[in-house]
Design a protein around this ligand. Structure first.
Ligand code: ZN
Length: 417
């Protein structure tokens, strides 16, 4: 996963353009993504697909001809969606187009201007403070013209039509935790799931933030009824604890699952829904109100490196990506196994010993949990309670409950609803 981060990191992405296409082409080496191009000017819900932005090069040269800012060293140096420019300007005029972070004077900020046409550069505050009062040659070799918005989608057909939606944004340039970590975890989970036979169908979206989810939603309203679980993945590569933001519904199955799985993760936090953040804003807009929550580590805007050059390959750790991947696998295991059952012998307890379901000789505590699980499942499998409900109520780990349910099913004491 970290190797993929290293490959994707240098690419200059935006909400449209060749950086997105290049990124999706690399992901296609791992999963068979289907690409969609939505032409500029297309109406999508209340929005319109913007003109496409591409950039070849950009720099600021001093009068000696030395490049003091070079887009090729760090693509954050250019205001994302900057208009082209090629001018000699004095320091005062240049400063009107410079963005810095005085509170973190060594870092370069990430800034965008998707809707207001302007040019601009980002640099460290220290560098700006040291600029000589002189003229500068500035050049941004970019273009904004009608093109398309590109997104990638990968669908895995399961046994049922019911779907799990996993979404991540692909519009950030050289930022590693915000953007790349979500892309990478989604790609590797998708790569793993395509080797399995799953109960649910899985839909993975690799979309530019906001406008991408709006474009996808506007073109796929007929599919939304199948979405039973959903997660927006972002900020999963740093070392901070896990966070889960609930869906707008607040009591969706995915909310219950995440609360259950994060209860044992140290310092993890569950937050209520709010109409701000990532693409959960669109999926949970009232007209859709999908059961989609957001899985991250420390949320956006709550760590200093957010949207700066310090959100780089050092900030993201392989071990953190691994932990996030593992947690997401647990979520999927739980979704796949969280069935509701009916006790086929509900009058009095069935005799378990006769069926070889009780141990013959006393044993370890997991065995005790397992036997208690049999009783809990038999008692609460009335068609209303899922295995997760029973796990929560009994305090017995879900894998033990799931295991015991399978044994009961094999003994014809339980039938899946
Ligand atoms: Zn961001």
């Amino acid at each position: 996963m970290y190797r993929l981060a290293e490959r994707l990191y240098p690419i200059c992405r935006s909400i449209t353009g060749n950086g997105v296409r290049e990124t999706l082409a690399i992901l296609k080496e791992i999963i068979p993504l289907e690409l969609t191009e939505v032409p500029s000017g297309t109406k999508v819900l209340d929005w319109e697909i913007p003109d496409e932005w591409n950039i070849k090069d950009a720099w600021i040269k001093d009068m000696a001809g030395d490049k003091i800012i070079n887009f090729r060293d760090l693509n954050l140096h250019v205001l994302n969606y900057s208009t082209p420019v090629d001018q000699i300007v004095d320091l005062e005029s240049l400063k009107e187009h410079l963005y810095t972070l005085p509170e973190y004077p060594q870092w370069v900020p990430y800034r965008t201007s998707y809707h207001n046409r302007q040019w601009g550069f980002c640099m460290s505050h220290n560098q700006m403070e040291n600029l000589k009062d002189d003229n500068y040659h500035i050049k941004i070799d970019s273009e904004i013209r009608p093109g398309a918005l590109t997104y990638g989608e990968f669908f895995i057909q399961g046994k049922t039509k019911e779907e799990v939606l996993i979404s991540c944004h692909i519009c950030h340039p050289s930022l590693c935790n915000d953007n790349l970590s979500g892309i990478i975890i989604a790609t590797f989970i998708a790569g793993f799931l395509q080797t399995l036979k799953t109960r649910f169908s899985y839909r993975f979206l690799f979309i530019p933030g906001t406008i991408g989810s709006i474009a996808w939603l506007s073109r796929n309203e007929n599919k939304l009824q199948h979405i039973k679980y959903g997660l927006v993945l972002t900020l999963l590569g740093d070392t901070s604890p896990f966070h889960y933001k609930k869906s707008r519904r607040g009591n969706a199955e995915i909310d219950k699952i995440m609360e259950y799985l994060l209860r044992n993760e140290s310092n993890s936090q569950i937050r209520e829904f709010s109409p701000y953040g990532y693409d959960e804003r669109q999926f949970c807009s009232p007209g859709f109100n999908l059961p989609v929550g957001r899985f991250s580590r420390k949320p956006h805007g709550e760590f200093p490196e957010y949207h700066t050059s310090a959100d780089n390959l050092d900030f993201v750790k392989p071990v953190s990506l691994g932990e996030s991947f593992t947690l997401l696998l647990k979520v999927i295991m739980l979704i796949e196994n969280n069935l509701k059952y009916i006790n086929l012998n509900p009058k009095g307890e069935p005799q378990l010993g006769r069926r070889g379901l009780y141990r013959q000789i006393g044993g370890e505590s997991r065995q005790k949990d397992y036997e208690m699980a049999l009783l809990w499942i038999l008692n609460f499998s009335d068609g209303d309670n899922s295995l997760l409900d029973i796990a929560i109520r009994s305090g017995i780990d879900f894998p033990v409950i799931s295991d015991a349910a399978q044994k009961l099913q094999h003994s014809s004491l339980l039938s899946a609803c």
